[in-house]
Design a protein around this ligand. Structure first.
Ligand SMILES: Nc1ncnc2c1ncn2[C@@H]1O[C@H](COP(=O)(O)OP(=O)(O)OP(=O)(O)O)[C@@H](O)[C@H]1O
Length: 286
């Protein structure tokens, strides 16, 4: 699967993707399953319907950026995948396996068991706007906590892997410090290393530079560019960093009021948006 979108050679076959207008299913292409499939997904908070019958697929190794105005449901989509929010309706599949709900033989929607959910959930990592590191643990303890307790790695193995990841994010010499002594950009790089330590197949990035001082943004984006170019992790990104989105993503989906109103490869989306709403949105932020 693609690692370097800039050469074009590894880009996923978008003809097999489905978007707003196409009804999708977990085995939509007949011989392989998308890494992520949203099928008729709905989400409401009280009376506020945020997503309504949303359908889309993401291929293995594909990196997709979600853009759209505030409140259009982008973060909610990531949080549903992370099982931090409960679906109001529909299904999410990972490699064809239902995440939180499945259809039974009678076609009825049935909740999966917590143990079944956690098996799939382990394959998904997320980096948040507000780092969410444990302040009372050292940097390396933050990274090894889940691999030891969730993946069952030995302490030595987890520490060895964590050190490599810290080197990768440029913080090899800060392992024993507490996160509160690090800058926001450094904390976010620890959070990225922590997510990668779980060896996720899917990485969700939710406005990971929005809380940072401008001079710290570049380092974090540099680390993420390296991750994108050196792994085949499937990524869903919400970001206001449009150049970054352009550089790393294979596809951009424009959301408005919980619907995909336009999707395209980044160059096409940013240079020649088709939908009036997209044009206005991009004019306002670019
Ligand atoms: N926990 C919650 N309880 C109630 N309403 C919520 C909750 N989380 C999100 N919402 C509402 O859902 C809608 C979509 O929010 P979401 O954060 O997904 O949008 P977004 O596109 O990511 O926006 P932004 O770009 O501002 O982050 C908003 O109207 C928001 O107020």
């Amino acid at each position: 699967m693609p690692t370097d979108k800039t050469d074009g050679a590894g880009a996923p076959d978008l003809s097999k993707q489905s978007g707003a207008a196409v009804q999708t299913g977990p085995d939509f292409d007949g011989n392989g399953r998308p890494r992520i499939a949203f099928e008729d997904v709905s989400k409401q908070f009280g009376k506020n319907v945020v997503l309504n019958d949303l359908n889309f697929n993401v291929a293995k190794g594909e990196r997709v950026t979600l853009i759209g105005p505030s409140g259009s449901g982008k973060t909610t989509i990531l949080r549903l995948l992370m099982t931090l929010e409960e679906l109001s309706g529909g299904f999410i599949y990972v490699d064809g396996d239902p995440l939180t709900h499945r259809k039974n033989d009678a076609g009825k929607r049935v909740a999966m068991k917590p143990k079944e959910i956690s098996v799939i959930r382990k394959r998904i990592g997320m980096v948040f706007q507000q780092f969410n590191l444990f302040p009372n643990m050292s940097v390396i303890e933050n990274i090894t906590e889940a691999p030891i307790h969730v993946l069952g790695q030995s302490k030595d193995e987890a520490r060895e892997k964590a050190k490599k990841l810290l080197d990768q994010v440029g913080l090899g010499d800060r392992a024993e410090e507490h996160p509160t002594r690090l800058s926001g950009g450094q904390q976010q790089r620890v959070a990225i290393a922590r997510a990668l330590a779980m060896e996720p197949e899917i990485l969700l990035l939710d406005e990971v530079t929005s809380a940072l001082d401008p001079e710290l943004v570049g380092d974090v984006l540099g680390v993420l560019r390296d991750v994108a170019n050196s792994t085949d992790i499937t990524m869903l990104l919400v970001t206001h960093e449009m150049q970054f989105a352009r550089d790393v993503s294979h596809r951009v989906m424009m959301f408005d009021a919980g619907h995909i109103i336009e999707e395209a490869e980044p160059d096409a989306m940013f240079s020649d948006p088709q939908h009036e709403r997209t044009k206005k949105f991009l004019q306002a932020i670019l």
